[in-house]
Ligand binder design. Structure first.
Ligand SMILES: *Cc1c(COP(=O)(O)O)cnc(C)c1O
Length: 392
């Protein structure tokens, strides 16, 4: 065993693909404490910086006093609280669907929904860059998996005409987590209709960030009602734990009875459910923060592009700086760490080989001063590693 594990790990180490965790000692804000040093944090999914929100915190403290700590059981046994129902009604209203069901994580929502719905009679058409939890759900379902080129509607149509089965599902991230681009959600339902396919959209990064009242990417594009299955998380802009599926009442009743990652696990703790509920109520009112977040993101992207970094011009707070080699990416990350800047280096298998990248993500609370400092240090390290300009 030891030899096997040593060999596997040193293999990863040699390829600069070994990963480890960092201990944060403060709330997840635009600045965090690590080992008694303050860092500017630029990799968080907490886009609205709600984790220190006093109003949410004080309501959650009251919920702890009322409900205590653990959930005590799975949702279908003793682990269901009135909080869960109100949370689900609130999400369904935002998503303009009849019903909603929460899971313990977004990962479990994807795995549970896809594997409950699809079997060998189904063909699933999945964007090549979809999140790992979608891929895992597809594998577990036993359906035939057909992956189409990233956001390429011609390829999707050609695959649909070639491989359509008895039942067909098109599934996509709404915002691609490592690229920050938005899926063509206006086209996908139209294509689905003409080929008799159903649609499933995972809006983990859009919920709370885009659309009116933070309803999400489909809302921002005016297509909420054209999508059969909405997936989301309560762990990104919403500072809790959990995931959800929203759709017709029939779909939700079915998922509740069949999805194994819903049935065979403990429900959201009352603390997580309360946090999610109160944070969503707060988040709905933050259209100004959302607007500011997108302005900040655009400003950073424009500055980086101006300085010669190859950065895609996305409409989201996710800003990938593709470096290429894992080694360069790690060196850049480590240089920034010494400057007091914490950015994630994203490497395979999270992204395809030779596309290792720094993934910056902004919070609405970042200051222009901090961001200007980050850009200055990025330029410095990129120049000293000779990866700026044509080579980036
Ligand atoms: C983060 C993420 C998930 C998983 O959500 P968790 O609540 O963190 O388990 C699912 N899909 C996408 C696209 C994600 O980015």
């Amino acid at each position: 065993m030891k030899e096997f594990l040593d060999m596997k790990l040193s293999n990863l180490r040699n390829k600069n693909l070994l990963r480890d965790t960092m201990d944060i000692e403060s709330p997840q804000g635009s600045r965090v404490m690590i080992d008694n040093k303050e860092y500017i944090l630029l990799g968080s999914n907490s886009y609205l910086d709600l984790s220190e929100n006093e109003n949410i915190k004080s309501r959650v403290k009251s919920a702890i006093d009322k409900y205590g700590l653990g959930a005590g059981g799975s949702r279908l046994t003793t682990g269901n609280y009135d909080l869960n129902r109100v949370l689900e009604e609130t999400i369904a209203e935002l998503k303009q669907t009849e019903a909603c069901l929460t899971f313990s994580t977004g990962y479990m929502a994807n795995v549970g929904v896809i594997s409950a719905l699809c079997d060998r009679k189904w063909v699933i058409f999945s964007d090549k860059l979809n999140h790992a939890s979608i891929v895992d759900g597809c594998m577990l379902s036993g359906a035939k998996l057909v992956r189409y080129k990233h956001c390429d509607m011609e390829d999707l149509e050609s695959k649909l005409s070639q491989y359509s089965g008895t039942y067909n599902l098109i599934v996509t991230d709404a915002i691609f987590s490592m690229d920050g681009d938005i899926a063509p959600l206006k086209e996908i339902p139209k294509i689905a209709k003409s080929y008799g396919a159903y649609t499933m959209v995972d809006d983990a990064h859009g919920f709370g960030v885009l659309g009116k009242n933070g309803a999400g990417t489909a809302d921002a594009l005016g297509v909420s009602k054209d999508i059969d299955i909405h997936i989301g998380t309560l762990s990104k802009a919403i500072p809790s734990m959990g995931g959800f599926v929203a759709g017709s009442k029939l779909l939700i009743d079915y998922i509740k009875n069949i999805a194994r990652s819903f049935i065979f696990t403990t429900g959201l703790t009352p603390i997580n459910a309360a946090t999610a509920l109160y944070a969503i109520e707060e988040m709905k009112e933050l259209d100004d923060d959302r607007e500011h977040l997108l302005e900040l993101s655009k400003w950073v992207k424009d500055r980086l592009i101006q300085e010669g970094f190859k950065v895609p011009n996305t409409q989201t707070p996710i800003i990938p700086i593709v470096i290429g080699k894992a080694k360069d990416c790690i060196e850049l990350k480590n240089g920034l760490l010494e400057d007091g800047i914490y950015v994630n280096a994203i490497r395979p298998p999270t992204v395809p080989k030779n596309t290792s990248r720094l993934r910056l993500s902004l919070m609405c609370s970042h200051s222009y001063e901090d961001l200007e400092f980050v850009i200055e240090r990025l330029i410095y390290h990129a120049k000293s590693l000779d990866i700026l300009g044509d080579k980036v």
